[in-house]
Design a protein around this ligand. Structure first.
Ligand SMILES: *Cc1c(COP(=O)(O)O)cnc(C)c1O
Length: 449
């Protein structure tokens, strides 16, 4: 048997304590780095640089609230909510307890031919989060990409079997991002992400804005089954804000054309924008909404596609069944975590406390805007992009040394703290960003003189 922490009798019996986190262990950092480089392949990662001798991967071993701890015991603020997922902080007692409680009953059972209590309860609570009774049906899947695939497949199949088979095209916006699976990636408008998936799926018309959509000629527009958008703000495009009122106008256009409106709230859902869902800002209730990342509070992979009774009814006829699903649909642990996250929203009055944090965030970002290296700052609720002249990656690496974890999108530094962020933590995140920008960009300017 190999002697390493991997084969240790129990992961957690070493003497390396992590103090206040109450959890027993951290494995040997050198062994971690060696084993990672020997066996892992990371997402969106140039692996030659990752595996280089002078690169030590950051291994995160514990967390509490907005703080994460690495293999050396160093602590960081989670500046991008662990890639846009975490909502109420790490190690939240309510969510932890709910997962444990469910674990003692059963972790997972099939949703194909069976049902389960937490999935039923969650569906009820999700549809109640939207006004009116338009969104009444919940289809579970695993992540943002699959939630989008579900919406697109349902939209296409609906028209095929309900008298409009010529409607076989989905409209998406330039620079959109809807996920990485082939079907979801076909919708994307960011060349780096979608080029490998291009032309492999169904037909997509890509438009820059609403005016361009309105200009599509009749022959083409008769073929549109649905239009999909990230409401208010395009995330992976670098936090690009849509003009105010755009979503409402798009909703009006889709209703007039009787084309389905699909909202991708995978990033914007669950409070990020200052309201529970971005569509609330413009009083829109779509035909489909895709929820994922924050659904479980950022604890477990679970996604939901919500749709209307009209769409549901279109699948009731003989031979019209929606033949689609994944092994872990309706996963009981995930649904229990999501229910607990919604309970935290209620018990801790999370939404009520957001406005003050968002205006403080705006104020602090305003101060950053005075730095000569900052070109533009875009903010929507607790989501912000600080665009600088260059060196986005270097600035984020420098910010790490000052206790802040985040990733850039090109040269935009993303700040998207968990909703539980304190005013003090917001201040620390901004200060670390400022120091990192002046260190990296200041130095580079200087040395180029
Ligand atoms: C992250 C994201 C997705 C994809 O979600 P995954 O869980 O990564 O598959 C889709 N749409 C938006 C807007 C996202 O931010």
């Amino acid at each position: 048997m190999r002697k390493s922490w991997l084969s240790a009798p129990r992961f957690g019996t070493s003497s390396r304590a992590v103090g206040c986190y109450g959890c027993a262990v951290t494995p040997d950092p050198e062994e971690l780095a060696r084993a990672d480089k020997a066996h892992l392949w990371h997402p969106f990662t140039p692996m030659r640089a990752w595996c280089a001798d002078d690169h030590e991967p950051l291994a995160l071993v514990a967390g509490k609230g907005c703080t994460l701890r690495d293999q050396h015991g160093r602590e960081y603020l989670d500046g991008n909510s662990s890639i846009w997922t975490n909502i109420h902080g790490h190690n939240h007692p309510t969510i932890n307890a709910a997962i444990r409680e469910q674990l003692d009953r059963v972790a997972h059972s099939s949703f194909l031919g069976f049902t389960n209590p937490p999935a039923i309860q969650l569906a009820k609570e999700l549809v109640e989060l939207f006004p009116g009774e338009k969104l009444s049906r919940v289809f579970y899947s695993d992540d943002g990409s699959t939630a989008i695939e579900v919406a697109v497949r349902m939209a296409l199949q609906y028209w095929r079997q309900n008298g409009r088979p010529e409607r076989d095209v989905i409209v998406a916006f330039d620079r959109a991002y809807h996920g990485d699976t082939l079907g979801a990636a076909s919708l994307g408008g960011i060349p780096l992400f979608h080029k490998s998936a291009q032309q492999l799926g169904y037909e997509v018309i890509r438009v820059p804005d609403l005016d361009a959509l309105r200009r599509i000629d009749d022959a083409q527009s008769n073929r549109i089954a649905a239009v999909i958008i990230e409401p208010l703000i395009q995330g992976a495009a670098g936090m690009r804000l849509w003009p105010s009122g755009m979503l409402r106008s798009l909703d009006e256009w889709s209703r007039a054309a009787d084309v389905f409106l699909i909202l991708d709230e995978v990033m914007t859902g669950f409070g990020r924008t200052g309201k529970m869902f971005a569509c609330e800002h413009e009083g829109v209730v779509p035909d489909f909404i895709a929820l994922a990342k924050g659904l479980t509070g950022g604890y477990l992979p679970l996604a939901a596609t919500l749709t209307t009774e009209r769409v549901f009814d279109g699948f009731l006829g003989d031979g019209n069944t929606f033949f689609y699903g994944h092994s872990y649909c309706g996963n009981q642990l995930g649904c229990a975590a999501a229910l607990a996250s919604l309970r935290v929203f209620r018990e801790e009055q999370v939404m009520e406390g957001l406005a003050a944090k968002i205006s403080l965030f705006a104020e602090l970002l305003g101060e950053l805007n005075e730095l000569p290296q900052v070109i533009d700052i875009r903010q929507c609720g607790l989501i912000a992009a600080i665009e600088i002249e260059g060196h986005g990656v270097k600035v984020c690496l420098a910010a790490r040394k000052h206790g802040l974890l985040t990733r850039p999108i090109l040269n935009s530094i993303i700040l998207m703290p968990p909703l539980c962020v304190t005013t003090q933590e917001l201040g620390t995140m901004i200060a670390a960003t400022r120091t990192a920008i002046t260190e990296v960009c200041g130095d580079i300017r200087h040395s180029s003189l």
